[in-house]
Design a protein around this ligand. Structure first.
Ligand SMILES: Cc1cc2nc3c(=O)[nH]c(=O)nc-3n(C[C@H](O)[C@H](O)[C@H](O)COP(=O)(O)OP(=O)(O)OC[C@H]3O[C@@H](n4cnc5c(N)ncnc54)[C@H](O)[C@@H]3O)c2cc1C
Length: 421
């Protein structure tokens, strides 16, 4: 059986940044396994700009952003295999990978970094009524068809869901000459970034209908039209609010699901809210030596945070392999409450953690003039006033190791939102 110190599953921005960090931290023997025919992950199809503002202080396109990390991996001569699908990982860290040239191979890893990204929620998971005509795509599939394969997906378009991919595709389709009639969102708020609503809808006069859903799809061969209706607080259609739209295309942008079939089959503990693995402050899952980062861990809004997080995963995998891990003596649980849906990580070790730890989370609703409050075993230690918070944007707090040292028996850190007095 081939052996390898660090095996990275996925050659997207997370896998690339993790690989570079593991090498910089002293690991020579690294292998990136990527099922696609090129490195770069989802960024290859994101030809719009807006990437890298935090990391490079520049506005790059997705492929330009990915190219910077691909260049680093190539310069460091980190081995990678393309067209190589990982089909199984077991709890002994044996990775089964398949490709056309080498067939099926099992690789024994000392450490594994899970960086498989996420996929879109398909129509089947949405329960939209009607036949199954052509012309219904997830927004990411339409993006791939247009930006990589060079096909125009339709002329008269309705978009269901206001996730970032749907918003970006509304602009992309408009620029290519299609008429995007409306973006309908089930929730009373958008799931996308504010900047995308302004730049992709408002700037092109595309209406966003919040608290609306598709109640009927017409057409047998190809979609010919659909019905939108308003939904009440129970998210059920309100009778009498139906509106008809002629269209030949419906794009679905209704959420992303981390790709964790491999993680689940390894027996890793999962977080039901993020649908990603539970991790500690070193981004290590419950299985020692298995780390997770990027969209497979939780769906990120900006790729800059993916790269930052993946760099930490790579550094920690290197420490694990080289036996340089700091010893964790006791475990503190992190918990989100009162509007904070989850935290990543979910646990930390005050002894093993770095001087500063970034904890990321999303809120459950749009909140105006609230504070993020951090408590250590019920005692408030940090309060950050926020003018506005929205589910589409990730939030973060930074914990200091020296502050934790003031609480030697600490058991639980709670992060919550509180209305300003
Ligand atoms: C349409 C769209 C628009 C976006 N716009 C922006 C933006 O404007 N600005 C911004 O900052 N961010 C944006 N993002 C977010 C950003 O692209 C992601 O945060 C980032 O790509 C996530 O990186 P990742 O490496 O975790 O996942 P991915 O990029 O998805 O990479 C995961 C990789 O793992 C591979 N893989 C999965 N399973 C296996 C397996 N079993 N075996 C082998 N390989 C496997 C996949 O093929 C893929 O290459 C956008 C995302 C999308 C989808």
């Amino acid at each position: 059986m081939k052996e390898c110190d660090v095996v990275i599953i996925g050659g997207g921005p997370a896998g690339l940044a993790a690989a570079a960090a593991a090498r910089k931290n002293g690991v020579e023997d690294i292998l990136i396994l990527e099922r696609d025919s090129r490195l770069g992950g989802i960024l290859n199809q994101c030809i719009h700009n807006g990437f890298g503002l935090h990391t490079f202080k520049e506005e790059l396109t997705g492929p330009e952003y990915a190219a910077r990390y691909i260049r680093e991996v190539l310069d460091m001569k980190i081995p990678y295999r393309l067209n190589s699908m990982v089909v199984d990982i077991n709890d002994k860290k044996q990775v089964t990978v398949i490709n056309r040239e080498e067939g099926l191979e099992v690789i024994q890893a000392k450490a594994i970094i899970l960086a498989m990204g996420c996929r879109e929620r398909p129509r089947g998971a949405l329960n939209t009524p009607g036949y199954r005509p052509a012309g219904i795509y997830t927004a990411g599939t339409a993006q791939r068809l247009m930006n990589i394969e060079g096909y125009m997906v339709g002329k008269e378009v309705v978009i269901l869901g206001s996730g970032d991919i749907g918003l970006i595709m509304a602009r992309r389709l408009t620029l290519e000459g299609a008429k995007v009639k409306v973006v309908a969102e089930l929730m009373p708020y958008s799931g996308g970034l504010k900047r995308n609503i302004v730049q992709c809808l408002d700037d092109y006069g595309i209406p966003l209908k919040l608290s609306h859903t598709v109640t009927n799809i017409e057409g047998k061969e190809r979609i010919t039209g659909l019905t939108l209706a308003e939904v009440g607080p129970d998210r059920k259609p309100v009778p009498g609010t139906e509106e008809h739209y002629d269209c030949d295309t419906l794009l679905l942008s209704c959420g992303l699901i981390p790709e964790n079939e491999l993680s689940r089959s390894m027996g890793i503990d999962m977080n039901p809210v993020t649908s990603g693995p539970m991790v500690n402050d070193r981004l290590q899952t419950g299985l020692p030596g298995v780390f997770a980062c990027g969209n497979v861990l939780h769906v990120h809004d900006l790729v800059d945070y993916v790269s930052e997080e993946a760099t930490k995963a790579g550094e920690n995998a290197a420490k694990y392999v080289l036996g340089h891990e700091a010893q964790a003596i006791h475990t503190v649980t992190l918990k989100g409450e009162n509007g904070v849906r989850y935290t990543v990580p979910q646990t930390l070790s005050p002894e093993a953690m770095e001087d500063l730890l970034t904890v990321r989370f999303r809120v459950a609703d749009i909140y105006k003039n609230r504070s993020i409050v951090v408590s250590f075993d019920g005692k408030e230690v940090q309060r950050i006033p926020k003018r506005i918070m929205a589910p589409g944007e990730m939030e973060q707090v930074i914990l200091q190791k020296k502050k934790l040292a003031e609480f030697p028996d600490l058991k639980e850190i709670v992060i919550r939102t509180e209305e300003e007095a």
